[in-house]
Design a protein around this ligand. Structure first.
Ligand code: FPP
Length: 255
């Protein structure tokens, strides 16, 4: 909870929240259940956190649902995760349309099983004009490959004579990333206590605030989410500047 003296200076809610959903397996193990039960409960948490984000008017929510490295998990677990994703897309379309939520994906989605891939593309198409919120699923996603692929495409543009090496700067390079038109995450939440990014949004996370909770993803609920958001709102984001510069910038933009 924010301290009383901080309340008057609370920052606005983050525009973009990204979440590393971790701890499904451990949640299940604690209950002597198969890992898939943890993922199933995790899918329910996805639904709750999307609902709360929409209520709070968080404009972008990115969820790390399946990393490139996750393909090396046991076949049965990968299949279960794919089935859960399929089920989620099937069940949630109506809600996404109702709440005007656009579903997007980042990652090598062509690697998904055909059936899941088709439904994902169809859901993205059907929700494409929704403008209240973007729900971005990171699927078969890896930050390093996203960056390398962007570099490869940039080089290709140069070879074709459409761009020159001197055109490369942070702003032009980011348009080659899959998140091209999406602002960087203001807040990255990681559940289950690990303190690393695990190849998630490596370029985009440069100035993101990090919030790590020991709560396992299946137990991460509205209250836990609000706690993370309140913690973020009490922080000062300086982007490498001094506190005084930030204050000056805030007061001059107010006048
Ligand atoms: C990490 O927990 C979680 C995943 C690899 C998958 C996340 C998937 C879901 C929450 C459900 C399906 C998603 C959607 C969008 C419907 P872990 O298995 O690595 O946990 P552990 O570290 O405790 O083993």
């Amino acid at each position: 909870m924010p301290e009383k003296s901080n309340i008057a200076t609370l920052k606005p809610l983050p525009r973009h929240v990204a979440i590393i959903m971790d701890g499904n397996g451990r949640w299940a193990k604690q209950r002597l259940m198969p890992r898939v039960m943890g993922h199933r409960q995790g899918a329910k948490t996805v639904k709750e956190i999307v609902t709360v984000s929409r209520e709070l008017k968080i404009r972008y929510l990115t969820l790390y649902a399946f990393s490139k490295e996750n393909w090396s998990r046991p076949f049965d677990e990968v299949s279960s995760l794919m089935s859960l994703l399929y089920e989620y897309l099937q069940k949630e379309l109506e809600e996404l349309m109702d709440k005007r939520i656009r579903l997007r994906a980042i990652g090598e989605i062509e690697a998904l099983p055909d059936k899941v891939y088709s439904l994902l593309v169809e859901t993205m198409e059907r929700t494409a004009l929704n403008r209240e919120m973007d729900l971005i699923l990171a699927l078969s996603y890896g930050g390093r490959s996203e960056i390398t692929e962007a570099a490869r495409r940039f080089a290709e543009e140069c070879l074709m004579g459409r761009m020159k090496p001197e055109d490369i700067n942070e702003a032009s390079f980011r348009t080659f990333l899959q998140t091209g038109d999406i602002p960087d995450p203001d807040l990255i939440i990681r559940t289950s206590g690990e303190q690393r990014l695990s190849n998630f949004l490596l370029f985009q996370a440069a100035y993101s605030e990090l919030y790590i909770t020991s709560t396992f993803w299946p137990d991460f609920n509205r209250q836990e989410f609000m706690k993370a958001l309140n913690d973020y709102r009490c922080r000062e984001r300086r982007f490498g500047m001094t506190g005084e510069q930030i204050l000056l910038r805030c007061t001059s933009s107010e006048s």
